[in-house]
Design a protein around this ligand. Sequence first.
Ligand code: PXP
Length: 242
Amino acid sequence: MTGRLRLGVNIDHVATIRNARGGPHPDPVRAAQAAAAAGADGITAHLREDRRHITDTDIDRLTAEIALPLNLEMAATPEMLAIACRHRPHAACIVPERREERTTEGGLNAAGQIDSLRPIVARLSEAGIRVSLFIEPAPEQIEAAIRLAAPVVEFHTGRYAHADGEARAAELRRIADAAALATKNGIEPHAGHGLTYDNVAAVAAIPQLAELNIGHFLIGEAIFTGLDASVRRMRELMDEAR
Ligand code: PXP
């Protein structure tokens, strides 16, 4: 059975535009409210170490003012762990973070840092937060998620999104195989990064995937059509693919 695929709207880049001028506009919380009205199932925000887009105040306000579940993307650091445990978002997605990168360029190497991730996953879980690991769709990373008892993995779809032709088909198979493997082991698979109107359908058609998290394209498209229309169109494409 292929269930409804949830859409998490990542609002980071509303904050990117706001921060370009330093004032309050455009407000990411207003964007979250608009995304909710357009059919988003959740809101995703990445509190980066350098606070280049989302700020601590945004997280305070998203927690207090938004009815949808909040998925906090965070690096596996003591600072972020403390913030997550204080706010207790619905979910926390552990992402790799390098200061110099433009965006999260690849998945977390969970397999290579099981010992350091273990206490962080445990603390988040004890706080009642649903832990997700943002990993490449690779068996060794899923194996690490099993060992860490993470209930959710999110597959980084960047390689799929940036490939063409046969290479793209191969990346899609990797995601589909990984989704099947995660599900078989009781882990809920999600996916995201670089998804657009043009490439979302094939990913959305993977039956085991429960959630897609999409940001940059939706916010960019909103410049032309408005956020309500861009979220609604993505929702339609996801539903049609199921
Ligand atoms: N999921 C995770 C874990 C991410 O880090 C990002 C990018 O910040 C996304 C989804 C959304 O990617 P995009 O902005 O390319 O849609």
